[in-house]
Every structure is written in structure tokens, then in C-alpha cells.
Design a protein around this ligand. Sequence first.
Ligand SMILES: NC(=O)c1ccc[n+]([C@@H]2O[C@H](COP(=O)([O-])OP(=O)(O)OC[C@H]3O[C@@H](n4cnc5c(N)ncnc54)[C@H](O)[C@@H]3O)[C@@H](O)[C@H]2O)c1
Length: 250
Amino acid sequence: MSGRFAGRRAVVTGGASGIGAATAHRLAAEGATVLTVDLAPAGPDVTGEGPEPRSVRPAPRIDHLQGDVSAEETWDRVAAWGPADVIVSNAAFVEVAPAHETTLESWNRQLGVGLTATFLAARKLLPALAATGGAMVVTSSVHALVGLPGHPAYAAAKGGLTALTRQLAVEYGPAVRVNCVVPGPIMTPAWDRVDEESRAGSVRATVLDRFGTPDEVASAIAFLASGEAAYVTGACLVVDGGWSVVKDSA
Ligand SMILES: NC(=O)c1ccc[n+]([C@@H]2O[C@H](COP(=O)([O-])OP(=O)(O)OC[C@H]3O[C@@H](n4cnc5c(N)ncnc54)[C@H](O)[C@@H]3O)[C@@H](O)[C@H]2O)c1
């Protein structure tokens, strides 16, 4: 198969939904064999269960591993799938509450999924990735850039990811490039719990006056993972429709 990821193998966490699913399908459409890792079961277009895939279609091929990315044993199972050329660490978990109403359990869960999982991915997969000269892309958020009410743990995780991106880029370069995307409001199932008024407010806060799509973030992730970004490492690419550069002064 031709394409930017022909013959490449990619792991995408949070790949059963939203940005992760769009990324998995984008990488597969461009030639990669993909393993999605998610707490949820696989979506309908997935061909087999990892780490021992039972693929029924030669390509595009997406295998699925159901597991918790904050658990070390999940990463052992991912490693057993075989060496990867691309790792997209994208899963997240958020519970909205101010700091004084956030339980320690909730804090640990949000940091575990949102930050520690990327450390575990690096610990388990980056040495092998260095051998293939691959790339890692991490999904941060505009919550890493600004404070928004009710997101202390989520923001701490996302801010930690931008720092961890730079750190991993330094530690594993030049063999591995590590970058992150910083999405703004992207219409995914994560917005199902958000009321209409808050949604409209988020749209108004963008320059482009709309939500982004999962595909638009998948494009940025695919770019950073591809050879087209060969001289890009330790970078954070904001994909937010201008959300972070405009502030209403009225
Ligand atoms: N949608 C947005 O507006 C937006 C904005 C900024 C950043 N992001 C980030 O984009 C990424 C994807 O978000 P999305 O909007 O596609 O959300 P989503 O809810 O559609 O998908 C998230 C996926 O992560 C999975 N997941 C949750 N906990 C997990 C765990 N412990 N182990 C494995 N999988 C787990 C869920 O099952 C789900 O399939 C997240 O990192 C999120 O923080 C999203």
C-alpha cells in the first residue's frame, strides 16, 4: 500500500472514539497497520483484537486492544503486539470540579490516564522506537495554556504533557521525534456532557467561529508523525481555530 505510513506500525491510545479514532483511520488510510488501545471496545471498522491480531482484511488494518492506559500491564500487552514506528498518546479522562471538590482518587485517575500513561508509553516503547527511528505524538490541550474553571487535574495533566514532550524529545532524539498537538474545542463525544450555552460560548471564543473536527486534529497528528515533519521535535502545534489567540474585550 502507498501513503506516508506505508509499511509502518502505529499505536493510538483513546483510539475507540473522537480524535483517536480519526487518527487511527487516517494513519491506516495512509498505509499504516494500527493498534488502537482503549478502555472501550473497538469500533465497527476494526479488524481484530491485539496483541494477537486476527486480521480479516489486508489493509487498511486496525487492530484493537481493550485496556487501561494508566496500567503498566496494558503497555506490556501493547509491546507484545510488536515494535511500533509511531505512538500517539491521546487518551484522557476528565472530571469537572474545582480543586477543593476534587477527591484525591479523582486527581490520581485524571493524572494517571492523562499524564502517567504517556510516561508508561515512553518507558515501554521508546527504546524500541529508537531502533526504528520513529515518532511519538502526544495530545495535550489548550488547558495547558490557560486556566479554565473546574479543571485542576486535567490542566495539570495537559501542562505536564507539554513539558514531558520536550523532555522526551531531548532524551530520545535524534533517533525519535516527540511532539504534541494542543487542540481547542473539537466536536467529539467528550462534548456530549456539555450544555448548549457552553458549547456556543466555546465557538464564540474561536477566531474561526466553529468547533474543529476530529479529522482536523488527526491531520496535524499525522503531519507530526510523518516524514514531512522530519525537522520538528519537542514542538507543540496548536490546533484550536484561534481559541488561544483571541480574547473578547467587551
Ligand atoms: N474534544 C476536545 O474539545 C478536546 C480539546 C482538547 C484536547 N482534547 C484531547 O483530545 C484527546 C481525545 O479526546 P476526544 O475529545 O477525542 O475524547 P473522546 O471522549 O471522544 O475519546 C477519549 C477516549 O479515551 C478513552 N479512555 C479514557 N480513559 C481511558 C483509559 N484509562 N485507558 C484507555 N482509554 C481511555 C475513552 O474510552 C475514549 O474512547 C484527549 O487527550 C483530550 O484531552 C480534546
